[in-house]
Ligand binder design. Structure first.
Ligand SMILES: Nc1nc2c(ncn2[C@@H]2O[C@H](COP(=O)(O)OP(=O)(O)OP(=O)(O)O)[C@@H](O)[C@H]2O)c(=O)[nH]1
Ligand SMILES: [Mg+2]
Length: 316
């Protein structure tokens, strides 16, 4: 039960450069306003927001980072926060462009739009709503939850209201969702898998061949230390499958799912497995160590999935 409460909901914070994304992330972590620097790449933070544990991907807003990272992280998030600098009218066309790209990449995740910098001279709220074509959102998907708030990250105005709504909308998001798990691998940095399960009966027929080189290449990057601290994950899509890799504290968890599985849910499962491993290793390390080697009980993770995710994770 303790593990369930430690599920981290992946949330992408997007918005053009200088919008106030990092200011938001810092405020959620510390409860205060602090001066920030532009984000080079992305920052990953875990924060408790009104009782919901969020894994925040604070993505760099410069054009270069938008093209490099946004799609990947928006696709695998279970909630999207789009921050707009409402005092900068010149960039609004670009804002609309990228907002709708994000909405196309992820058509289901709850969306929180924050019209930031309300403490400065800014565009009228109604004009902004019209400009970003918010009325069109229910046409794209009538089931997506979305709201827009006028806020000031600097003063903290309206953030309480915005996050009461958002944490409530995102906290029960995986209820009822299912993923089809085809493979599960846990690697240590030495490159040795401490758990490996392939659930398809005839791997050569059922798994795309083109997926294997990409997968091996990612494992290779992990073991040779190329995967830096901020590149906690990689995902690969092939015609029929999706591989999601999450790295934490020197352990890599790779899950292979059927293509129609929601990557956001897959990510929550991968994160929970890693949390479970961390807790178990800390508490029961002596159980795993024999003759100075780590021996991993064969069905250790499968039993965990059966216990905690029997309704979410479907194994062939
Ligand atoms: N006046 C005012 N300034 C703000 C507010 N929120 C953020 N800022 C300022 O706007 C600037 C940019 O904020 P950041 O949070 O670093 O912006 P960002 O969206 O993370 O930018 P990138 O990392 O480059 O994508 C900083 O100088 C902040 O102090 C606000 O509500 N009001
Ligand atoms: Mg930033």
């Amino acid at each position: 039960m303790q593990i369930l409460s430690e599920r981290r909901i992946p949330i992408a914070i997007v918005g053009l450069e200088n919008a106030g994304k990092t200011t938001l992330s810092v405020r959620l972590q510390t409860g205060r306003y602090h001066q920030t620097l532009p984000t080079a790449g992305l920052d990953v933070e875990v924060v408790d927001v009104k009782g919901t544990l969020f894994q925040l991907f604070d993505l760099g807003g410069h054009q270069h980072f938008r093209e490099l990272f946004w799609r990947n992280y928006v696709q695998l998030s279970q909630g999207i926060i789009f921050v707009i600098d409402s005092s900068d009218c010149e960039k609004l066309d670009e804002v609309v462009d990228w907002l709708w790209k994000c909405l196309e990449w992820n058509k289901n995740a709850p969306l929180l739009i924050l019209a930031n910098k309300s403490d400065l001279k800014h565009i009228e709220f109604e004009d902004l709503i019209r400009k970003i074509r918010l009325a069109k959102l229910p046409i794209q998907n009538p089931h997506r939850s979305f709201r827009i708030f006028e806020v000031s990250m600097k003063l903290g105005t309206n953030l309480d209201e915005a996050f009461s709504w958002f944490s409530q909308k995102t906290s029960n998001i995986i209820d009822g969702s299912q993923i089809k798990l085809l493979g599960l691998y846990i690697y240590l940095p030495t490159g040795i898998p401490i758990a490996s399960h392939l659930f398809t009966k005839e791997p050569s027929q059922n798994l795309d061949v083109d997926m294997i080189p990409g997968f091996l290449n990612a494992i290779d990057q992990f073991t040779s230390g190329f995967m830096g601290p901020n590149e906690g994950l990689q995902s690969l899509n092939t015609q029929n499958h999706c591989i999601l890799m999450v790295k934490r504290e020197g352990v890599l968890c790779a899950l292979i799912t059927a293509k129609d599985s929601d990557p956001g849910v897959t990510r929550v499962v991968a994160e929970s497995i890693l949390t479970y491993l961390e807790t178990s290793f800390a508490e029961k390390l002596s159980l795993f160590r024999k003759d100075g080697k780590i021996r991993f009980p064969k069905n250790f993770i499968l039993d965990f999935l059966e216990r905690e995710f029997s309704k979410t994770v479907i194994i062939n």
